[in-house]
Structures are given as structure tokens and as C-alpha cells.
Design a protein around this ligand. Structure first.
Ligand SMILES: [Fe+2]
Ligand SMILES: [Fe+2]
Length: 333
């Protein structure tokens, strides 16, 4: 990879050169924005590291010029801004001007390597083209399929509750719901929702007041309702376990409210929210979301998520074949 460096300070420039060299990258080094611009126009450059404050032309101005020359290409060059500044307003301004990421002075070697790798990953991702892109919405739709299975399981539990269901099955089901909805799916959706709101508000500032009252915000509120209903279910099950609650009536009631709300909620997301949000998110935002989604999965352990998903499918298959299997099923340990 060939990296353009524009940095007026000799010591910092030398450090950047050394770090890139160690990573095995080529570089073209320049001492101010004007030189940087000339080098950009006369060479094939894959990535740029620009100092913010430079004589002749500063980093922001150079970034703006580069973005102008690129003219809204599908594969914009990744641009880092090196800065000692951490004023949020300044940073936001830099982002609007087309900066992709920041490196803070003094540059830390390990952090530098990671950020460069991240920038490369992003550029490769853009190069793969539209078709092979993993869309965050596809990940969420796939998870909705798992949620639908969980709703079927809840329905079966609801139907059989009076006849008696082993405590182990009740506990496993609620714990699967907890993990899948709260630790995985809703966290992703909250990020997606936030990223959508940011995208819309940056395009239509005047929309914000409408949005804050719109059905999109009610989705976030429903996440909270779903969470408290689930806690209620768990509370009933614990009381049921110590036989403090002889009747299953109230447990049934809350199970029903939960599964109705969840089904209604995911249908609303699929019909209204996802198609609308997709229009506002640009590839870079989608890429960042997918990266964050992977982080969420790996926090739980990808294998542990896969195991849970296959347990859920297996349980559902088992009780669909014969509903009398329900009390007998156990997850594979
Ligand atoms: Fe949701
Ligand atoms: Fe959802």
C-alpha cells in the first residue's frame, strides 16, 4: 500500500515514515498541504495521513481538496488526520470535511498499526463491490427468524403450562430469550437505530423534532418494555420454582403479552423501519455497523451464539414433531 504523509514537523514525520516502513508499506512524504496535494495529483495513493496544522495549506483544506478531486467516487481514499486537538466541535467539522479517522499526537505505535489495518480493511471492503457486501439489515433479519422460533416455543409453553413443564425447560427458554434479545439483537438494533437517526438528522435537521416523536423512537421504547416483561416472566418462574406461586395464570398472562409484543415489534421493524433506514445509511456507516455487530457476537463468543441458535432450532423441531416431546427435551451440553 502507498501512503501519502503530509506533516510539517520533522520528528513526527520521521516517526510516521518509520512506522509505515515497519508495517511494510510504501510512502510519499511531504511537508505541507500544498506539497501533499501535488503528490496526490501525481501519484497513485491508497491512503493519506495528514497533519491538521500545517503551513501553506492545513490538513483539513487538503482533505477537502482531495475529496473534491475524487468527486464522490464509490471508493474514496481513507484519510487520517493527525491531531493534538480533541475538541469535539473541531473533530465533527473534520468528519464533515471528509476525514475518516483520527490519530492523536503523540502517535502510539500499537494504536497506529491497528488503525491503519482498520482503514485498509475498510478500503478492501469497498473494493469488493456492492454484491458481496454484508448488509447490517440482513444480519437483523436472520436474527428475527430466530426470534420467530422463540415465539413459537413460547406459544407451546403457554399451551402446556397447566399440564406441567419442567423447570429446567422454563429456565432454559427464558435464558435463551434473555441472551438472544438483550445481549445480541437489541444491542445491535439500538446501534442501527442510533446510526439511522444520526444519518437522518445530519441530512434533515428540521426533521429531528418529528423523528423524536415518530414510530422509530417507539421501537426503542418497545425494547425497554420487552426487557421488563422478560424480567417479569423470570420473576414468575422463580416464584413458581419455590412453589410460592401455585397458579400458572399470571405467568401465562405475561408470556402472552411478551410474545404478542415481540411479534408485533419485529413485524413493524421489517415493514417500516428497516426499509426506511436502509435508504439513509451509506456504505461506510453500514460497514461500521457490521463491524460493531461482530464485536457484539464475539463478546458472547461466536460459538456460543451458534450453539444457542442450533439449540433453539432443535427444540422447535422436536416439539413440532410431537408436542409431547416438550417436557423431555434438553439442550446439548
Ligand atoms: Fe427491535
Ligand atoms: Fe428486531
Amino acid at each position: 500500500m502507498r501512503v501519502l504523509i503530509a506533516e510539517d514537523d520533522d520528528v513526527s514525520r520521521l516517526l510516521l515514515e518509520r512506522l509505515l516502513q515497519k508495517m511494510g508499506h510504501e510512502f510519499i512524504s511531504t511537508k505541507n498541504g500544498l506539497e501533499g496535494l501535488e503528490a496526490y495529483q501525481n501519484n497513485e495513493i491508497d491512503m493519506a495521513i495528514l497533519d491538521w496544522m500545517m503551513p501553506e495549506m492545513d490538513g483539513i483544506e487538503l482533505c477537502k481538496k482531495i475529496r473534491g478531486i475524487e468527486g464522490g467516487t464509490d471508493e474514496p481514499m481513507f484519510i487520517f488526520m493527525v491531531t493534538a486537538k480533541s475538541d469535539v466541535k473541531d473533530m465533527l467539522h473534520a468528519l464533515v470535511m471528509g476525514v475518516d479517522d483520527f490519530l492523536t499526537k503523540p502517535v502510539d505505535r500499537k494504536l497506529f498499526e491497528q488503525r491503519i489495518k482498520m482503514g485498509m480493511k475498510y478500503q478492501n471492503f469497498l473494493k469488493q463491490g456492492n454484491k458481496s457486501r454484508i448488509e447490517p439489515v440482513l444480519i437483523m433479519l436472520e436474527e428475527h427468524n430466530v426470534l420467530r422460533k422463540l415465539i413459537h416455543i413460547l406459544d407451546a409453553i403457554y399451551d402446556r403450562l397447566e399440564a406441567g413443564i419442567p423447570l429446567e425447560i422454563l429456565k432454559w427458554s427464558t435464558s435463551a430469550l434473555f441472551k438472544f434479545t438483550l445481549e445480541i439483537h437489541q444491542r445491535k438494533e439500538d446501534l442501527y437505530l442510533q446510526s439511522f437517526i444520526n444519518a437522518v438528522t445530519s441530512e434533515h435537521v428540521d426533521w429531528f423534532s418529528d423523528i423524536s416523536e415518530s414510530s422509530f423512537v417507539s421501537l426503542a421504547e418497545e425494547h425497554e418494555q420487552l426487557e421488563s416483561l422478560l424480567m417479569e416472566i423470570q420473576g414468575h418462574i422463580s416464584r413458581y420454582a419455590i412453589q410460592d406461586e401455585p397458579s400458572t395464570e399470571s405467568l401465562k398472562e405475561v408470556v402472552k403479552s411478551y410474545s404478542d409484543l415481540l411479534l408485533n415489534h419485529i413485524q413493524k421493524e421489517e415493514k417500516l423501519f428497516f426499509p426506511f433506514a436502509e435508504k439513509y445509511l451509506v456504505p461506510k456507516e453500514k460497514f461500521e455497523l457490521v463491524t460493531q455487530f461482530h464485536e457484539i457476537d464475539s463478546e458472547l463468543g461466536v460459538n456460543s451464539k451458534n450453539q444457542m441458535v442450533s439449540d433453539i432450532s432443535e427444540f422447535l423441531d422436536c416439539i413440532t414433531q410431537n408436542e409431547n416431546n416438550l417436557p423431555l427435551w434438553r439442550p446439548i451440553k
